[in-house]
Ligand binder design. Structure first.
Ligand SMILES: Cc1cc2nc3c(=O)[nH]c(=O)nc-3n(C[C@H](O)[C@H](O)[C@H](O)COP(=O)(O)O)c2cc1C
Length: 244
């Protein structure tokens, strides 16, 4: 049975929680784990870079447990209230703690789906941030639901999760068409991955990403392929020149 992790990024169990519960009800037949991050001890990142350079974090709290759940899930649904045109600070603190995933993402190819709730404004900016995060994680962004005080109680159509469910099947990834932004981001990570940090080099080698136009086999048109390769070459030249 495919595993889905639902993360409520609100301190409260109200609007975001309610929406996520509706979404959960559409996931019959899946192994769903619903977590409220307020139930966990989540301390802020101290910026020591140890996770990136040494592969460990010195902070003793519950973050490893949550990141482990994200790692184990086949797909992840994240909900957040909009706080001043962004996600909640508490959720952002959790995401910052997984910053090593910019270098070595265990979430590559997993579908993600986002939910935001706001009084009136800021959903677009919060969703833009979450979409960018998905690009950095190498996940498949399968859509979002944004609600405000005027439409909070509107029905959530079952088909909203169709794409999410489709990509829970790993074999369907080959049909995915990464965006231009994803190709560029992948190649940026590849340049860093094969040139700078020893742990990254080992990981990229092990995963076999270094020889690929994207993390996994999927549908990439010639234009994106060629632009990605040219960008990679240019950035490698720049990095190598500045290293020596
Ligand atoms: C710190 C803070 C910042 C907020 N910023 C905005 C905002 O920029 N625009 C807006 O329309 N609502 C804003 N809100 C309202 C929440 O987004 C809204 O009430 C949301 O539905 C709460 O979700 P929850 O019930 O899951 O906590 C803010 C609320 C808080 C507490």
């Amino acid at each position: 049975m495919k595993k889905v992790l639902i993360i409520n990024g609100s301190i409260r169990k109200q609007s975001t929680f309610g929406l996520l519960k509706v979404v959960e009800s559409l996931l019959e037949g899946y192994d769903v784990d619903f977590i409220n991050i307020k139930d966990y001890d989540i301390k802020p990142c101290i910026g020591c870079d140890s996770c990136i350079r040494k592969g460990n974090c010195y902070i003793d709290d519950d973050v490893e447990e949550i990141l482990g759940k994200m790692n184990d899930a086949d797909g992840i649904i994240i909900g957040s209230p909009v706080y001043l045109r962004h996600i909640s600070g508490y959720l952002k603190v959790l995401i910052d703690r997984g910053c090593v995933w910019y270098h070595r993402s265990p979430l590559v190819g997993k579908p993600v789906f986002f939910i935001t709730s706001t009084q009136v404004t800021g959903s677009k900016a919060a969703i833009r941030y979450l979409s960018d995060l998905s690009v950095q994680w190498g996940t498949i962004n399968t859509g979002h639901i944004s609600r405000n005080m005027f439409n909070l109680d509107n029905e959530v159509e079952e088909r909203a999760l169709d794409k999410f469910k489709y990509y829970l099947e790993e074999g369907n990834r080959k049909e995915y068409r990464p965006s231009f932004k994803q190709i560029i981001e992948f190649n940026t990570q590849k340049v860093l991955g094969v040139n700078i940090i020893p742990l990254d080099m080992q990981y990229w080698e092990e995963k076999g990403y270094a020889d690929k136009p994207y993390f996994y086999d999927c549908r990439i048109n010639v234009f994106k392929r060629l632009t990605g390769a040219a960008y990679y070459k240019l950035l490698t030249h720049f990095i190598v020149k500045n290293k020596s």
